[in-house]
Design a protein around this ligand. Structure first.
Ligand SMILES: *Cc1c(COP(=O)(O)O)cnc(C)c1O
Length: 398
């Protein structure tokens, strides 16, 4: 191939040929005007669908006033949005970032600094679990421990311990005098849409309290209303010390946040951390508009209802394709179909049927539709998935 005909983009992704140029609600439109039902929503990002009028208004209004200021000045939007998070969650302090992996990075730094500032600098180990995904920066790939994301990027960083998912005994045995914190996604996204049982989340809280460890929840994917509560850990009736959020909280505008108790954040004094773009006025304007919609009790109740409906519809698909669909996974509107085969051909067949879905580890077809879906969208998605599963089965038989 001639160098000029090759894409100028670093080939770390392999997108399909469709060119999406416009979105509206749960629909995406291509440059040729074809309409696709979006059941992945930028991987749990477009929580309110595409081009939500309240978000468009918030962004355009702010765009005419002030784009960027730097954290060397007070940013009014940050104070306002942080107050909303603090009033409605376990958190007492908030730090804004641009992405999920930066929120994770800051959360891990905060946990180590907490131990160090408390006179226990030897406590640097962060315990994470197999199947986890925490983003792509060095600390994040080390915390998640997925070998395929670590390979070729030099030695593993010291201070990260990776344990099997759901093995309480292994966890108890691994906690020692150098342990600082435990990090976990209440519902794993990338790893295969696996919800951690609520009693396990409570068990983690107890272990952390017993041993003076900090509990970090990665709610980058499962938070922001996706499970029908603002934050997924609320289902377990316990709280973390530190939480990373991103994806859905900006409704499509890049933003993340570290939420923490004052106690957990006590080491993070002036000069210990920073960001140029994090908490920029544009992100804060959209984030506030998004939060006000997501956090309304009627909205979350509706997400719970539609999630139950979606779960039942997916169970129906499992019954119709028993050899292919082994299990329905996940929670709320973060759902997976665990397949007996590689999910890619099913994802492709779904796209041929104008339905966009994702894939995840462990042969899982992943779905994270906008939280504003209606029953009619579920019926449509399930019909298209049914056709896709049927086509893949027919292809296998041929
Ligand atoms: C996507 C994701 C991240 C990383 O977020 P980025 O914005 O891509 O950096 C971290 N943790 C979880 C659980 C995620 O799903």
């Amino acid at each position: 191939m001639n160098a000029h005909t090759q894409s100028p983009l670093l080939p770390v992704y392999a997108p399909p040929a469709e060119r999406f140029v416009r979105g509206e609600g749960v629909w995406l439109y291509t440059d040729t005007g074809e309409k696709y039902l979006d059941f992945i929503a930028g991987i749990a990002v477009n929580a309110l669908g595409h081009a939500h009028p309240a978000l468009v208004a918030a962004l355009t209004e702010q765009a005419g006033k002030l784009w960027h200021l730097s954290n060397m000045f007070r940013i009014e939007g940050q104070e306002r949005l942080a107050a909303k998070y603090v009033e409605t969650s376990f958190a007492e302090v908030v730090f804004f970032t641009n992405s999920g992996t930066e929120a994770i990075e800051g959360a891990l730094k905060m946990a180590r600094k907490f131990q160090s500032a408390a006179g226990r600098p030897e406590r640097i180990d962060i315990i994470g679990f197999s199947g986890a995904f925490h983003g792509r920066t060095y600390a994040a790939i080390n915390a998640a421990g997925n070998p395929s994301y670590l390979d070729g990027f030099g030695p593993r960083l010291p201070g990260f311990v990776n344990l099997p998912f759901g093995d309480h005994e292994a966890l108890k045995a691994a906690i020692g005098p150098t342990t600082a914190a435990i990090i976990v996604e209440p519902v794993q996204g990338e790893g295969g849409c696996r919800a951690m049982p609520l009693e396990c989340l409570r068990g983690l809280r107890e272990l952390c309290d017993q041993h003076g460890l900090l509990l970090i929840f990665d709610e980058v994917q499962c938070g922001a209303g996706r499970t029908g509560k603002m934050w997924a850990h609320e289902w377990a009736g316990i709280t973390p010390d530190i939480m990373a959020a991103a994806k859905g909280i900006g409704g499509g505008f890049p933003m993340g946040a570290i939420l923490a108790t004052r106690h957990a954040a006590s080491g993070m004094v002036r000069g210990t951390h920073g960001t140029t773009f994090g908490g920029n006025p544009l992100a804060m304007a959209v984030g506030a508009a998004c939060f006000d919609i997501l956090n309304a009790p009627e909205f979350l109740a509706r997400v719970q209802d539609i999630s139950n409906h979606f779960g039942q519809a997916l169970e129906g698909l499992k019954d119709r394709h028993p050899g292919l669909v082994q299990d329905v996974r996940g929670k709320g509107l973060l759902r997976g179909l665990k397949l007996s085969i590689d999910p890619k051909p099913v994802q492709n067949a779904a796209r041929e049927n104008k339905l966009l879905v994702g894939v995840a580890g462990d042969n899982v077809l992943r779905m994270a539709p906008p939280l504003v879906i209606e029953p009619s969208h579920i019926a449509e998605a399930v019909a298209r998935l049914d056709a896709a599963l049927g086509a893949v089965k027919a292809g296998q038989a041929a």
